[in-house]
Ligand binder design. Structure first.
Ligand code: SF4
Length: 359
């Protein structure tokens, strides 16, 4: 049976044409799916009964199932989702402060079940790759989050930003990620402008050009090391694309006016947080039209790294500032619920309780 969430609007129009339905009917169904978040054909009140029956006979609307939810003291909310084949992925809602007293949220989305990139600091990387997620599974995470937030208006004012920084490497599932981005950009669907969506990659040569040409999202690159040698230690597979060549590609990456590439740099105690690393990082980042996010490592159970001390983080920041590199220190949210990607799934598999201890 077809899951309607796996169809782009043109695909839905073509499929419904085969059922004898005109294109405007597909637009109505599409709006029910993505804007009004209908989970049942019977809810589609402006669609004729005959059409609803035809749909029900040939397709279903399948959302990911919520297997577990954990909420941090800071409001960060993490969902473990079960897909139709029983595989599990995670998505995280992160609160942001708001000027008008209304809390808005950023959602961190997964794009694959597991990940093949094996970055040494990442819980998902330790699980290995299982499979790509489909467009409907990727976007289904947003439907779950909006329902949780009670964000029922079509313009979803509470969910403001989306980041592809959950499980998986989005550029290794580019076909489905691009289809999802097209749907996100549709004003008849979820209607997210590209500047509210960030696709984060650890640096995959193949696919970067296509993503840039699409103009459908902003780009973030996980750098995490300022030299090829250190990057090869921390991110052995990503480092297959040499750092200097990756930066050369990023210098030519198509950017919109005011758009900048975001570099992510995870500070790992006594690994990449020294003054020499900060100096080299400043040199690299100033070569590209970019901005830098520093993230203090949030240690997972059994992780080979530790969080740096506050003094080292401050000293690192100061070296960057002196070199006129704007570095924003991102607070690690949801530490008490292990909100770094892959940690909830890993802890469930190991039978750990919410405090991360075996239970
Ligand atoms: S950090 Fe991202 S690319 Fe690296 S292993 Fe984890 S999910 Fe994959």
């Amino acid at each position: 049976m077809i899951n309607l969430l796996d169809m782009t609007l043109p695909e839905l129009e073509a499929w419904m044409a085969q059922l004898g339905e005109p294109p405007f009917r597909a637009v109505q169904v599409w709006q029910w799916l993505w804007q009004k978040m209908a989970r049942d054909f019977s809810a589609m009140s402006n669609v004729s009964k005959v059409c609803r029956q035809r749909l029900a006979d040939n397709a279903h609307i399948l959302w990911p199932e919520v297997a577990a939810v954990e909420q941090s003291r800071d409001g960060t909310t993490k969902f473990l989702l079960r897909l139709a084949d029983g595989k599990q992925v995670e998505t995280v809602l992160i609160p942001s402060d708001s000027r008008d007293g209304v809390r808005r949220w950023t959602q961190c989305l997964s794009s694959q079940v597991g990940c093949a990139m094996a970055c040494t600091f990442c819980s998902t990387g330790h699980m290995g790759f299982e499979r790509n997620m489909s467009m409907g599974e990727i976007l289904g995470q947003i439907l779950v989050a909006r329902t949780h937030l009670g964000d029922a208006r079509p313009d979803h004012p509470l969910l403001r930003n989306l980041v592809f920084m959950g499980m998986g490497e989005p550029l290794l599932n580019l076909k489905e990620v691009l289809r999802a981005l097209q749907c996100l950009n549709s004003d008849k669907g979820l209607n997210f402008s590209p500047r509210r969506i960030t696709v984060s990659t650890c640096g995959i040569e193949k696919g970067l050009e296509e993503l840039g040409a699409s103009g459908l999202a902003y780009l973030a690159v996980s750098l995490h090391a300022p030299t090829q040698e250190l990057r090869a230690r921390i991110m052995p597979r990503a480092a297959a694309w040499p750092l200097e060549r990756m930066l050369a590609a990023l210098r030519n990456y198509p950017l919109k006016t005011r758009e900048r590439i975001t570099f992510e740099y995870l500070l790992l105690a006594n690994v990449n947080d020294g003054p020499e690393h900060a100096r080299e990082l400043a040199r690299l980042v100033s070569e590209v039209k970019g901005k830098l996010n520093l993230i203090v490592y949030n240690p997972a159970e059994g992780a080979p790294y530790a969080a740096p001390t506050q003094e080292r983080v401050l000293a690192f920041e100061q070296i960057l500032w002196k070199r006129h590199v704007t570095a924003i220190l991102r607070k690690s949210k949801g530490q008490d619920i292990r909100a770094a990607c892959g940690q909830l799934k890993a802890s469930r598999a190991l039978g750990l309780g919410a405090d991360g201890q075996a239970g």
